[in-house]
Write a protein that binds this ligand. Structure first.
Ligand code: CP3
Length: 343
């Protein structure tokens, strides 16, 4: 069977045609997504409806010549499965209730995790069965720090420093929460791999601006612990995405359990090629807003990005997810450009 290009790149191969996929490639910028989303009712109903979630996972693959599909789900399904109430306010984003306190920690449990997230793993199996053999299926979860920020604040946080202060003031409760998230996330990712996910990505969207020791303890260490447990159970490569970590990206790239690192819009490409490429396959980096603009500025940046990683294992992607105003035809132009091969 043909090994998907995405997996070859994660094994360290430099390919003449760069593998390509996009964060949030299934989402509101696609009219066919909006139609299924409307049918489903709420965003969470869509995540747990195996047939509809499979359909939206496959939509971008049907429209574009991409190398991978990413499971349609959300990083906040873990707190939901552990017993915190989660819902999505239209136009405003996620809400969690009650916000985290040490009392909530006592009420959270991993006991029902497998049952609660069973439908998500069924979506993984359905998509894998429908996906051509040369396309990889990516599973994912949130990294413990990022999921903890939502659990503590009860929403996307406007003031991340309050969360860091909570960790300093209540180290026992905070360490307990991170441990619980390491356990549940490792189990969930192993279940996704067993159901057919061939790559696993850990999203640490709130990793920017942290002191080094805090990043080490609460971003790098938990992600590496999850990677160790997953690698001990299944042979699936792991990509870390510590968004905004700057030079601290090295702590993840250098760990032998991490196969790839996804770089954000702010990390200089030359730094990534020089410092990270010797240790891990680099993915990402293009500003997703350039795809809203399209045309020459988008293609010139893509060309520059490909030149920077010439001769190195690299997976084309953006620095953060597509925004809803992304014109689908610009995505098509970009995919065709990258498909034409290395400069
Ligand atoms: O990339 C993909 O196509 C796969 C699916 C995916 C979603 N969320 C679907 C989604 C993935 C990988 C995620 C990860 C996720 N979810 C992250 C990490 C990546 C990042 O963006 O930083 C975070 C922080 C979340 C939490 C979350 N989910 C927020 C903050 C929001 C609201 C923001 C928004 O864009 O509305 C969501 C909702 C969400 N998750 C949507 C999608 C397609 C939009 C909901 C809708 O269709 O109404």
């Amino acid at each position: 069977m043909a090994i998907p290009a995405m997996l070859r790149a994660l094994e360290g191969e430099t390919l003449s045609t760069t593998p390509i996929w996009f964060m949030r490639q299934a989402g509101r910028y696609l009219p066919e997504y909006r139609a299924v989303r409307e049918e489903a009712g709420s965003f969470l109903d869509l995540c747990f409806d195996q047939e509809k979630a499979s359909r939206v996972t496959l939509q971008p693959i049907e429209r574009y010549d991409l190398d991978a599909a990413i499971l349609f789900a959300d990083i906040l399904l873990i707190p939901l499965a552990m017993g915190q109430k989660v819902w999505f306010e239209t136009g405003e984003g996620p809400r969690l209730d009650p916000p985290f306190t040490s009392d909530l920690l006592k009420s959270l449990s991993t006991d029902g995790l497998h049952d609660a997230l069973g439908p998500i793993c069924e979506t993984v199996s359905t998509v894998r069965a429908a996906l051509p053999a040369d396309k990889a299926l990516i599973g994912f979860a949130g990294a413990p720090w990022t999921v903890a920020t939502y659990m503590l604040a009860g929403r996307g946080s406007k003031d991340p420093s309050a969360l860091r202060l909570f960790a300093y003031k209540h180290p026992d409760a905070f360490d307990g929460l991170i441990e619980l998230l390491v356990d549940s996330t490792a189990d969930y990712l192993i279940a996704q791999a067993k159901a057919g996910a061939q790559v696993l990505q850990l999203f640490d969207s709130w990793a920017a601006g942290l002191p080094k020791s805090f990043f080490e303890n609460y971003c790098a260490k938990p992600v590496i612990e999850i990677a160790k447990r997953v690698r001990a159970a299944v042979d699936v490569p792991i990509i870390a995405f510590p968004r905004g970590a700057g030079p601290l990206y090295n702590l993840l790239a250098e760990d032998p359990h991490i196969a790839g690192v996804s770089i954000d819009t702010g990390l200089p490409w030359g730094f990534a090629a020089r410092e990270l490429s010797p240790h891990a396959t680099v993915q990402g980096g293009l500003d997703q807003l350039l795809i809203v603009k399209g045309g020459d500025p988008m293609l010139k940046a893509a060309d520059q990005l490909l030149k920077t990683f010439n001769g190195k294992p690299y997976i084309f992607n953006i620095g953060h997810g597509f925004v809803p105003e992304t014109p689908p035809e610009h995505v098509g132009e970009l995919v065709d450009f990258v498909r034409r091969g290395r400069p």
